[in-house]
Design a binder for this molecule. Sequence first.
Ligand code: PRP
Length: 185
Amino acid sequence: MRITNEKNDIEYVLFSEETIRARVAELGKQLTEMYKDSEPIMVCILKGASIFYTDLCRQMKTQIHMDFMVVSSYGNETQSSGAVRLIKDLDNTIIDRDVVIVEDIIDSGLTLKYLKEILLSRKPRSVRTVCLLDKYECHPSEIGCDISGFSINNAFVVGYGLDYADYYRNLPYIGVLKKEVYSEE
Ligand code: PRP
């Protein structure tokens, strides 16, 4: 791992702050319309979704409830371990409620699959998934998200909540990380 600083480590900016803001506003509008009568429970999947989640919730012009889960499948690795660990569960029951899972990224799709399974088993009225970034080539289409901000290729992206080894989450944009930062050689 050769982390130096933001300027040196980012190959290029994939989505600027302005581009993200505009897309999040569109998603907020769409969700406002979908949930205008049902007070959905917006579930933030920490830590990666934290920044997207707070921006998205502020763009929803309707009553919502907030709850948080912590799961981890990557740790400090660049490849998913395949096993998702639930570190913090929801605080509240979701029986008969509309639930929206908010994720920063869908990669292998394992995290989302796991989350949907455990939340559906609790008998909510509905569960939908919203991801800011969809690495559409990396997962089977049947475990995709319902609503996505951007479809992207299989690049190593950081910023706006996304990390490498817990670095770069506070970048205001989404950038592609230089290979030498995370490769072994
Ligand atoms: C990242 C990301 C998603 C998941 C997506 O979380 O936030 O939750 O990986 O990958 P998948 O589709 O291959 O399952 P991570 O486990 O790195 O934790 P973090 O959110 O704290 O960064």
